[in-house]
Design a protein around this ligand. Structure first.
Ligand code: PLP
Length: 439
């Protein structure tokens, strides 16, 4: 049945031509189903019809988006503030912390650039930022908890690490440890939602950010901040006037800015609602197609197993390209991370063959998606095998002393039994796109 899923889904993605292309960028920007376009047109039509009166309809779309996200968070009552990017929402969160009283933030050195850069800048301003090594990931949660003392305002960490795809275990215990000390915990779920089931009740006291740009196929502008119940008394500095639409909480001091209850406390200001129109359609499509997070996880694990089997059959030397074999596939999120000093060269050469992947530092990342067939995955791996072999001929097989390195055999075709539609889908000479800005 999982085998047939791609055939059933692919026709719904005709605008992205998912059957004709090898989009191994499922971990970064999945294709949007065709209904997404209908959503965008609806946004225009509502604006044309109602002008400024469109906001009631736009707010209904935002509610649909919240409902869909709550489903993926496993909590129908989650309080969610929406925003264009996680960065915007992280700023609102940071602005609610009592940094003068607790001037320390604890994070890992494996965080996506949103946290990395912002926290680095705050460190320049005198905030004490402690970066705990992300490796070994098995003990990351415990080490974060240990680093978070009474002067720590917040711990900020991902549910799945964006470079290595490793799932961070023990977040429930970390949440409990933070709650005991009055430290806030913010979890970035961007690489979890829609591919690794994430359950809010397991981290009841945590703040959670994430978005729809990757596995959920919602496109840009669909990020959220889950506001935990204990945030009711916080006064974020960075909020917008939309925070005044909801019922205002009782404030004794009439001279101060007033805040509403719930997630509206963290609301922003005027935004482009087109994203929500698109997302509302896509979330309904997911529901109609039965694309629950548990099904998506099963599909992803099956596809990951296929990619790793094909990769292992290349038998490439570790120093040329390797993967983390210390943990079972169940310890990984939705992409295959291959470590190689040639990661960006491989990405470029694969793109020139029509196989779209991405690279981050020394990691080449290959992300499948539910609309990709086994044949397409095999074709992509054939191309990778050929490029690894080509690398070996030119330099990777050459040991530092100039002698040929041993322990490798020709990669690619003939290994793993793949018979993908190579002639159809792997195009030599296609333009190599520049490094994607996305993540
Ligand atoms: C783990 C993670 N968090 C967040 C983001 C996105 O951050 P932002 O919404 O601030 O651009 C990405 C990439 O898109 C990511 O990989």
């Amino acid at each position: 049945m999982l085998n047939d899923l791609a055939a059933r889904l692919a026709p719904h993605y005709s605008r992205f031509r998912v059957s004709e292309r090898l989009l191994l960028t499922g971990h970064s920007h999945q294709a949007w189903p065709d209904v997404a376009l209908a959503g965008q047109i609806e946004a225009f039509e509502d604006a044309a019809l109602e002008a400024d009166g469109k906001w009631a309809r736009a707010m209904a779309k935002a509610e649909r988006v919240r409902a869909g996200l709550r489903g993926f968070l496993g909590d129908p009552a989650a309080e969610l503030a929406l925003g264009g990017s996680t960065h915007e929402l992280v700023l609102r969160f940071l602005s609610a912390l009592d940094l003068p009283a607790r001037p320390r933030l604890v994070t890992s050195d494996g965080e996506f650039h949103t946290l990395r850069r912002q926290l680095a800048r705050l460190a320049e301003e005198g905030v004490e930022v402690v970066r705990v090594p992300a490796r070994p990931v098995e003990t990351l949660s415990a080490r974060l908890a240990a680093a978070a003392g009474d002067r720590t305002a917040a711990v900020l960490v991902s549910a799945v690490l964006y470079e290595t795809a490793r799932i961070v275990p023990g977040l429930g215990e970390l949440a409990a440890a933070c709650a005991r000390r009055g430290t806030e915990l913010l979890i970035d779920t961007y690489h979890a939602l829609g591919v690794v089931p994430f359950r809010l009740p397991d981290v009841e006291s945590a703040w959670v950010v994430g978005g729809g740009y990757k596995y959920l196929q919602l496109g840009e502008g669909n990020c959220f901040l889950r506001v935990p119940p204990h945030a009711a008394g916080l006064r974020p500095v960075v909020t917008g006037w939309f925070a005044e639409f909801a019922e205002l909480a009782a404030e004794r001091d009439g001279t101060r800015v007033r805040y509403p209850r719930g997630a509206a406390r963290f609301a922003g200001a005027t935004y482009d609602p087109t994203s929500h129109y698109r997302a509302a359609r896509v979330l309904t499509f997911f529901a109609e197609q039965g694309l629950s997070d548990t099904l998506l996880r099963r599909v992803s694990q099956r596809q990951l197993a296929r990619l790793t089997r094909r990769f292992d059959a290349f038998d490439a030397p570790e120093r040329v390209i390797g993967r983390d074999r210390d943990a079972p596939l169940t310890a990984f999120g939705g992409f295959l991370a291959l470590r190689s000093p040639h990661a960006s060269v491989l990405r470029e050469r694969l793109a020139a063959q029509g196989v779209l992947t991405d690279s981050r530092g020394d990691h080449l990342r290959l992300g499948a998606a539910p609309y990709l067939s086994d044949g397409q995955l095999d074709a992509a791996m054939d191309a990778l095998g050929a490029e690894i072999a080509a690398l070996g001929e030119t330099r990777a097989d050459t040991a530092p002393d100039g002698r040929a390195a041993s322990g490798r055999r020709p990669a690619g075709r003939g290994t793993g039994g793949g018979t993908g539609p190579r002639a159809l889908t792997v195009r030599r000479g296609a333009p190599a796109p520049g490094r994607s800005a996305a993540c």
